[in-house]
Each structure stands twice: as structure tokens, then as C-alpha cells.
Write a protein that binds this ligand. Structure first.
Ligand code: AMP
Length: 544
């Protein structure tokens, strides 16, 4: 073998930080904070404080490989932690504060977190858990002394006092690129949460992949608003991809679900790209409609984490001239797996065909291999019709979980089984039709609950829709549509079912509709079909 003669530079988050510090030192970072109003500084300030933080971590005895937890919103201090912890060689463990307290307790103990950095808002949660999380030696509250809430917790201080006395020079260690950088637990539908342990290399490659023109098309001219929480799959990698390209970062703090704050940030800070789950965008579009406002600077929104309803795509495109990038990914895939951007010539497709393409989750980004596999293990063709479990592999896909109880998610060839059911068309566009656990098996055929939900959401009287399969004596399972009505709309079941006619196969049309005031969601804001099936376990279809 003849080796190439190129330098062996390691792909580390430290290299992103040093690059951004030098080349984009004056790019801005603007944060909404819970207690201190709107905060504004630039990359040079952020990384100087990151060096102070690294000194403080060293003083706390944090060593390479130690886990350091965060319970925090998207703001400048969380960003400093992303870099300060990982670039010190420790592991930044982001915890979702919306999890049940028992899950937070499980995760902290499983990760054996040594320090915990928390937003002041979560101190009451930690007070209830303090006796159960003995591995945590110090709690640092993400505020200054003036805003420190009273607390009965031991070993607690403000972030500003923690880093305040430290020098802003630090000799960053030369890390090997496979060093673990961050840890994020995914709450599956069964069993305990599972830890996905990212590396410096996977993070850097993922940031390159995400910045590509057919991904998020990021540049130094962008102002990026990650509405997706930084505790959820590393804010979809934007806290790394942004500094890699020198973009301005706009961080919404605890106000991520608030249409008014998002609108003010987008318009006030000149945001060009915003990223988040569909529910966030529904709140923003509603607010814009009610207040008759527009988003002149915004160029594109990334929608992922759940299927993007057509109403969101239309709302942004037709009313605001904003492009919608539909994306698919998972905690296990860092998360970027596929992105929906058109190929050359596709802009000229007839409108109906274009809408169908845009509803798909998109094409794989270079670095992610996809295949679909039927239950008998047979790989399925890319014909846009055949469905099977989606399997993925690539340098930013997890090869196994952190200290797993058990793991059967990888096959013999190392492909990761996503648990999503999908088709892939001739052009390489993947479409999720379900979770393997949620797919409805009717008369030996599969009905896609997601397609039905999307079709129901097209009705102007529907605010949110969920479809679950319930036992049926003749067909094994039949779909039940559960709907939250839009405020002030009086849609009834017959009307709603009639509206599905022509949009889905006739035998897919749900056997009944139930109207509710609320639907159960998981800690990451997704519909919890498991809880919904539990709520309807005694339900019987009308004909029964
Ligand atoms: P998480 O690991 O919590 O990010 O959840 C990942 C799961 O969210 C995927 O396996 C999909 O089931 C779902 N998901 C993510 N993006 C999409 C999307 N664009 N459309 C449909 N489902 C999605």
C-alpha cells in the first residue's frame, strides 16, 4: 500500500473553535436568557470565556472522559459548555429537562455525571433528586450571583462565580479525533433511555455534511436560529456548523415555543435560517397570522424531528416566501440523515408532483448510506412503492449505545436499524411511512399512520391529528383517527373522513374519529402513540 503524503490533522471540535476564534472573532452570538434579558457578544468573547471555563473544570478535577451534565436552554453559556467541556477532553452530557424526574435520575446515574450545570429554572427538580444523584459533586447554576435563586442544595454556585476568577488562557489538549465529545440519551418507546456517545470526528464530519449547499447551505452571511433545543441531538449540530462557517448565532433561551419571541428574534436579528420541529412552526405561523406580520429576512426553515405537515410548507412558502427544508434524522444519526432539496430540473415538475416530493423526508447526505429491508430480511428496491425498515450507516451514525443493557439495533454488517418504516424512490428521496411499532396492520397489508395524519391535518378544522391501530376481529387492526379541533372550528367526523377520500386508499380511511382536547407528547415533543394506545385500550369501533 502507498500512503498519501498529507498531514494527519485530527478532526476535533477544538479545531472548529480555534478556527472560528481566529477567522470569525467578530461574528455575533445573541441569546434570550431567563433572568438577564437579551445577551449579546461575539465569538472572541465566547471563546475567551470558554478558556476560563476550561480552567475552572480543571480546578474541579475534571479529567479526560469524565461526563459533565447540562440541564439548559439554548443560550450563550450552554454554547460555552459545548466547547469548554468537549475541548477539555471531557464529555458534554446534555439532558432533556422535560423528561420525567425518574428518567433524569436514571440518566445522571447511568452517565455517572461528575458536575451538573443547570438553568436556575431546574433547581426545584434537582432539589427533589439530590439524594439520588450522589455521583454529582458540584452543581453550577447558569446565571450570575445577582440572579442566584435561594436553594437548599449543597455544593452549588453561580456559573459567573465558577469561571469568574479563572484566567482566559488555556492550553487545549491535542485530542485524538475518536475521543468522545458528547452524550445524549434517546428515550425509546420501551425500556430505559439509551446513551448515544458522539466523537469529535463524528461531530466535525456531521458539521461539514450539514453545511453543504444541498443540506442547510450555511455560510458566513447567515444568521442561524436553532429553535431545536441544544439538549436534543446537539441542537442538530448547528452550534458546531455555525462557528465552522462563521455564521451569526441567535439563541432563543427558554422562549423556543413562543411565536412572538421567535418573530421578534427573526426580524430583529436578521435571521436567515431557523431550525425546529413542526409544532414550533405552527405556533409561529399562527402568531404571524393573528398579528398580520411577515418575515422579510428569513430565507429558509429546517423542519425535522417529525413529519412536516403540508400546511406548514404552504404557510411558509406561499405567505412568507420562505423555503422549507424537510429533514429526517435521529439522536443515533447525529441527527442529519436526509434533507429534502430538489435536484436539477425538478423545479419544473407539475405543482402536485412537486408537493408530493416535498412531503418526503429527502435524499441522503453524503456520509449516510440508506437501505430498506422487509421483515424477511430482503432488501427492497428504490421504486417509491416498496416499504421496509430503514437502515443506515456512516461516520456519524452510532455503532452501539453507551453501556447498554442490551442492544439488538445493529445487524451483522453493522447497519443500524432505525425502527422507521420507509420507501425510497428512483431519485433517492426517502419517505417515512411509520415507526415499525406504529404501523397499522390491516388484513395483511400495512397502513401508514403518518400519511393518514398528514391527510387529516390538511383539513382546515384540524389543529393536530394522530392515528393509531386498534385491534379488530376481522382485519387484525383498523385505524382510529384522534383529532384536536382548531379553535372556533366545528368540523365533525363524517366531514373529516369524507375529506380523506381521494387522498389515501379507500381501505385506509379510519373506522372512526374521536375528538379530544389534548394529545399525549413525549419529552421531545413528539406524539406518544404508546400513551395514546394506552388511553384507547378499551375503545371499540362502532360496528363492534
Ligand atoms: P429522536 O431520536 O428523538 O430525534 O427521534 C428520531 C425519530 O423521529 C425518527 O426515528 C423518526 O421516527 C422521527 N422523525 C425525525 N424526523 C422526521 C421526519 N422528518 N418525518 C417523520 N419522522 C421523523
Amino acid at each position: 500500500m502507498l500512503n498519501g503524503l498529507m498531514m494527519d490533522s485530527q478532526l476535533t471540535i477544538t479545531s472548529i473553535m480555534k478556527f472560528a476564534d481566529r477567522v470569525y472573532s467578530d461574528s455575533e452570538i445573541v441569546s434570550v436568557t431567563g433572568t438577564e434579558g437579551l445577551h449579546r457578544y461575539c465569538y472572541a468573547d465566547a471563546f475567551a470565556r470558554t478558556r476560563q471555563l476550561a480552567n475552572a473544570l480543571t480546578a474541579s478535577g475534571i479529567k479526560s472522559g469524565d461526563r459533565v451534565a447540562t440541564l439548559a436552554w439554548n443560550d450563550f453559556r450552554h454554547l460555552e459548555l459545548y466547547y469548554g467541556v468537549s475541548c477539555s477532553g471531557a464529555v458534554c452530557h446534555t439532558i432533556n429537562p422535560r423528561l420525567f424526574p425518574e428518567q433524569v435520575e436514571y440518566i445522571v446515574n447511568h452517565a455517572e455525571d461528575k458536575l451538573l450545570f443547570t438553568d436556575p429554572m431546574f433547581l426545584p427538580l434537582l432539589e427533589t433528586l439530590q439524594d439520588e444523584i450522589g455521583c454529582v459533586r458540584e452543581i453550577i447554576v447558569l446565571t450570575d450571583d445577582a440572579h442566584m435563586p435561594a436553594s437548599g442544595l449543597a455544593n452549588i454556585q453561580s456559573y459567573e462565580s465558577y469561571i469568574g476568577g479563572q484566567p482566559d488562557q488555556f492550553e487545549w489538549p491535542d485530542l485524538a479525533e475518536d475521543t468522545a465529545s458528547a452524550l445524549c440519551y434517546t428515550s425509546g418507546t420501551t425500556g430505559n433511555p439509551k446513551g448515544v456517545l458522539y466523537s469529535h470526528r463524528s461531530t466535525v464530519l456531521h458539521a461539514y455534511g450539514g453545511a453543504l449547499p444541498d443540506s442547510l447551505n450555511l455560510s458566513a452571511r447567515d444568521a442561524i436560529l436553532p429553535v431545536v433545543p441544544m439538549f436534543h441531538v446537539l441542537g442538530w449540530g448547528l452550534p458546531y456548523a455555525g462557528p465552522m462557517v462563521g455564521a451569526k448565532l441567535v439563541l432563543p433561551g427558554p422562549k423556543m415555543g413562543d411565536g412572538e419571541t421567535l418573530c421578534d428574534l427573526i426580524n430583529g436579528e436578521g435571521v436567515t435560517l431557523a431550525a425546529g420541529v413542526p409544532t414550533i412552526w405552527m405556533a409561529l405561523l399562527d402568531y404571524l397570522e393573528k398579528t398580520n406580520q411577515t418575515l422579510p429576512a428569513l430565507d429558509r426553515v429546517v423542519v425535522g424531528g417529525a413529519a412536516c405537515p403540508a400546511s406548514i410548507m404552504q404557510g411558509f412558502r406561499e405567505r412568507h416566501g420562505v423555503d422549507v427544508l424537510h429533514a429526517w434524522g435521529m439522536t443515533e444519526t447525529s441527527p442529519l440523515g436526509t434533507m429534502n432539496t430538489l435536484k436539477r430540473g425538478m423545479e419544473d415538475l407539475p405543482e402536485a408532483e412537486l408537493a408530493a416530493v416535498r412531503g418526503k423526508q429527502g435524499r441522503p447526505v453524503f456520509g449516510v448510506d440508506l437501505k430498506i429491508v422487509a421483515p424477511d430480511g430482503q432488501e427492497q428496491p428504490w421504486d417509491g412503492k416498496s416499504v421496509g425498515e430503514l437502515k443506515v450507516r456512516g461516520p456519524w451514525v452510532c455503532s452501539g449505545y453507551y453501556k447498554p443493557d442490551s442492544d439488538d439495533s445493529h445487524d451483522e454488517e453493522g447497519w443500524f436499524g432505525t425502527g422507521d418504516v420507509a420507501s425510497i424512490d428512483e431519485r433517492g428521496f426517502m419517505q417515512i411511512t411509520d415507526r415499525t411499532k406504529d404501523v397499522i396492520k390491516s388484513g395483511g397489508e400495512w397502513i401508514s399512520s403518518i400519511d393518514l395524519e398528514n391527510a387529516a391535518m390538511d383539513h382546515p378544522g384540524v389543529a393536530e391529528a394522530a392515528v393509531i391501530g386498534l385491534p379488530h376481529p376481522k382485519w387484525t387492526e383498523r385505524p382510529l383517527l384522534v383529532v384536536i379541533r382548531k379553535e372556533g372550528k366545528a368540523v365533525n367526523a363524517e366531514e373529516l373522513l369524507a375529506s380523506l377520500d381521494g387522498k389515501v386508499a379507500i381501505w385506509w380511511i379510519p373506522d372512526d374519529v374521536v375528538f379530544v382536547d389534548e394529545l399525549p407528547h413525549t419529552a421531545t415533543g413528539k406524539l406518544s402513540k404508546k400513551d395514546l394506545r394506552g388511553q384507547f385500550k378499551d375503545y371499540r369501533f362502532p360496528e363492534q
